[in-house]
Design a protein around this ligand. Structure first.
Ligand code: ZN
Length: 203
């Protein structure tokens, strides 16, 4: 019901914008007609590039993570060497899953991706995002750091939305955008570690 109202409101807003444009700009030039199309097709081809390189550029690399965790050990002795490797393995696995989700989604022209948690909710991410909140493919292209994991021991996942999944099953909120007014919200610091990620790692 809420979704229907939201769609109706968005539709109404778009109609009003269209009407306003029609009233205020009755004689647009030929350029105005053609530019949006060129722009759109240009964006489309860039957007569909694998996010792999971009995401590895913005996320900390394995050596940085290992160094951070061993420095942490000197102070609080929280992680055994096995646990450090476990956290790193989970980080790599999670990142590869996110990249694969987008690469697979691109083959099927998926436009929307939503967040979920696997196997358990992430206590740190719960302060930043909710299950079922979505981002567009273009937002991922512009902000590759949107691919989970967001921090050490993170259980957030990114899934392509094919239009078949019932997002009400993943969230009480329905399908809500993660971005507010087109701006990327703050995301967790990668150095955050959930309390349960202790001696044996979280998974
Ligand atoms: Zn998380």
């Amino acid at each position: 019901m809420i979704v229907v109202i939201v769609i109706a409101v968005i539709f109404l807003a778009l109609m009003l914008v269209a009407l306003r444009v029609a009233i205020t700009k009755p004689n647009h030039s030929e350029d105005d007609v053609h530019n949006p199309l060129i722009h759109a097709s240009g964006i489309y081809s860039i957007v569909r590039k694998s996010p792999r390189d971009a995401v590895y550029e913005v996320k900390p690399d394995v050596e940085e993570i290992r160094k951070y965790l061993s420095n942490l050990n000197e102070n609080i002795n929280k992680f055994s060497p096995d646990a450090v490797e476990n956290v790193i393995n989970n980080w790599n696995k999670s990142l590869e899953n996110s990249i694969k989700a987008v690469e697979d989604g691109d083959r099927q022209n998926v436009e929307f991706y939503y967040f979920d948690f696997e196997p358990v909710d992430c206590p740190i991410c719960s302060n930043y995002l909710k299950k079922g909140q979505f981002v567009t493919r273009e937002e991922i292209f512009n902000h590759p750091n949107l691919l989970p994991p967001f921090h050490l021991g993170c259980t957030a996942t990114l899934l392509p939305h094919h239009g078949k999944e019932d997002l009400r099953e993943t969230t009480e909120l329905g399908m809500m955008p993660l971005f507010k007014r087109g701006k990327c919200p703050e995301l967790p610091d990668w150095k955050s570690i959930p309390k349960q990620t202790t001696i044996r790692g979280s998974r």
